[in-house]
Design a protein around this ligand. Structure first.
Ligand code: NAP
Length: 507
């Protein structure tokens, strides 16, 4: 029997206090909902920008673009702001938009169940408490469940092991023998920093990554002053940044079949960058990806490639056989002694996430099971049939464009329009129809056929864009403009609107 400790029925329960959850709360405020509870497992807000503290952490989308459009920050110190600035920006947003009073930290949500009788969500928190809300919004992030590599003997390592999401500021690296597993976007930022202090650094690479030049630098005081005094100047800068990212995504990735030259241009830019920075052809060959550009997320850095030319840095491409107390043994029997082992091994999206918590909707539909037994999909990347009053912000096909803020604001618009419509129609409960969801899935599946994911050569990329069924259903294969337009124009009758008394739906 469920023990209800918090007897209130809140307007909404939001899971996650990163930028996604905060954006949703701001939209709920705008729509007149003030009784919100934001449950966060960590001890502070900011999501990825609170959890990640590794050296070299910075945003890899231009900062003027990587922020809420309605809350520009004229004070970014660099074109690509360092991680701590993002964390401060999150704090500023929470203060300015009155979100702090809703926040509950250190609260691990185990699951949520739709209660048909009361037409509310019962959210189960670790320790037995249940929190109820009319609406449930999960903003648990895509990259929030750290993946520990399944490598034999890792628990026997006698030195220090650290995953990048659990960075220890006191970790002693000076002059030590450091090994790092992984060469994703995180490692690309971290490796040059490790090389500055380590006595010896060995980088274990399984799959090379495309790295393009980073047009970074400090933002001059005069520009910051202009951003502060004439916000239009920053809006123009944002527009330029967004347009470049959009071009990269739409032409280079989503229209791969129609515009192969655009994709090839992206690849050539990265290869030229590598050629300029690494003279040794053998080392260059090992750093060169053998899959198409965009199959997995490319990144930007001016310091990554040159790090491998330093005498105390080794690139190890032979696969890891096992770890023992002293270090790593590769498949050819070679052993490298290590003091510190850094796991830059990324995140589990498709098993531990999607969804990050157990969610059970109408008629006992279990979201995780349903997605796995059928196909991963959410209508417009946000709602799912038989999950009334539920907004899953980190859903299949939700990620639109390259800056996460594009996705967040598109979802805020969708949420706002739906809440306004509910009010107009006098409804308490809203649910997307199966038919609308199927139609959306068919359309996305068709569009993917044109993308690099389906039409390109991605077999060797090991990209987290692909799920366990081999489908690249993380990114929405449309332009961000199209996504934004649909958020304000989706057919309202793709949803069923009901009053609480008749909450038993039959769609
Ligand atoms: P990731 O891209 O998933 O990279 C994980 C790395 O670990 C890959 O190189 C992977 O190799 C390797 N790996 C995993 N398990 C392994 C094993 N058992 N043996 C050997 N290698 C193994 O994760 P990430 O680098 O943390 O980046 C994730 C995402 O975070 C990025 O794509 C980006 O979206 C985001 N990010 C953003 C920023 C930013 O500034 N905005 C910064 C950092 C990260 P395989 O490729 O062979 O699997």
């Amino acid at each position: 029997m469920t023990q209800l400790q918090d007897t209130a029925i809140h307007d909404a329960v939001i899971v996650g206090a990163g930028f996604g959850g905060m954006g949703a709360a701001i939209e709920l405020h705008r729509q007149g909902y003030d009784d919100l509870v934001i449950l966060e497992r960590e001890d502070d807000l900011g999501g990825t920008w609170h959890v990640n503290r590794y050296p070299g952490l910075a945003v890899d989308i231009p900062s003027s673009t990587y922020s809420y459009s309605f809350e520009p920050n004229p004070h970014w110190s660099r074109l690509f702001a360092p991680g701590p600035e993002l964390k401060r920006y999150a704090e500023h947003v929470a203060d300015k938009y009155g979100l702090r009073r809703h926040l509950r930290f250190g609260t691990v949500v185990e699951g949520a169940r739709w209660d048909e009788d009361s037409a509310t969500w019962e959210v189960r928190v670790e320790g037995g408490e249940v929190v109820r809300g009319r609406f449930l919004l999960t903003a648990t992030g895509f990259l929030s469940q750290p993946r520990l590599p399944d490598i034999a003997g890792i628990e026997d390592f006698a030195g220090t092991v650290v995953h990048t999401t659990r960075w220890d500021d006191d970790l002693e690296l000076e002059g030590r023998r450091v090994g790092i597993i992984g060469t994703g976007a995180t490692a690309v930022q971290l490796i040059p920093e490790l090389a500055k202090v380590a006595g010896h650094l060995t980088v274990y690479q399984r799959t090379p990554i495309y790295v393009s030049p980073k047009l970074d630098g400090p933002v001059p005081g005069i520009v910051r002053a202009a951003f502060a005094k004439v916000p239009l100047t920053q809006r123009a800068t944002r527009l330029v940044g967004t347009s470049i990212l959009e071009l990269l995504m739409v032409a280079g990735v989503l229209h791969f079949r129609d515009l192969p030259w655009a994709n090839a241009t992206g690849k050539r830019v990265c290869e030229a960058h590598l050629r300029r920075q690494v003279r040794d052809p053998e080392l260059r060959a090992r750093l060169t990806p053998d899959y198409d550009f965009g199959c997995k997320r490319p990144t930007f850095s001016n310091t990554y490639y040159p790090t491998f030319t330093k005498p105390h840095v080794d690139l190890e491409t032979t696969s890891i056989d096992h770890v023992d107390a002293g270090g790593i043994v590769t498949a050819d029997g070679r052993r490298t002694d290590l003091d510190v082992l850094v796991l830059a091994t990324g995140f589990d999206l498709w098993e531990a996430n999607f969804p990050a918590i157990e969610v059970v909707g109408r008629e006992g539909r279990n979201l995780g099971r349903w997605w796995r037994e059928n196909r991963f999909c959410a209508y417009e990347g946000i709602t799912i049939p038989r999950f009334p009053n539920f907004f899953s912000l980190n859903s299949p096909y939700s990620y639109s464009g390259l800056s996460y803020f594009t996705t967040i604001e598109t979802q805020m618009a969708h949420l706002g329009r739906l809440l306004r419509t509910m009010r107009k129609r006098g409804a308490d409960v809203v649910e997307v129809t199966e038919e609308a969801n199927d139609r959306f899935l068919d359309r996305m599946t068709g569009l993917l056929g044109n993308s690099v994911f389906n039409a390109g050569s991605c077999a060797t990329a090991r990209s987290y864009y692909f799920n366990q069924h081999g489908e690249a259903v993380l990114l929405r294969p449309t332009s961000t403009l199209s996504a934004a337009r649909e958020a304000t124009r989706f057919p309202l009758d793709d949803y069923v609107y009901l009053r609480k008394e008749v909450a038993a739906l039959s769609v």
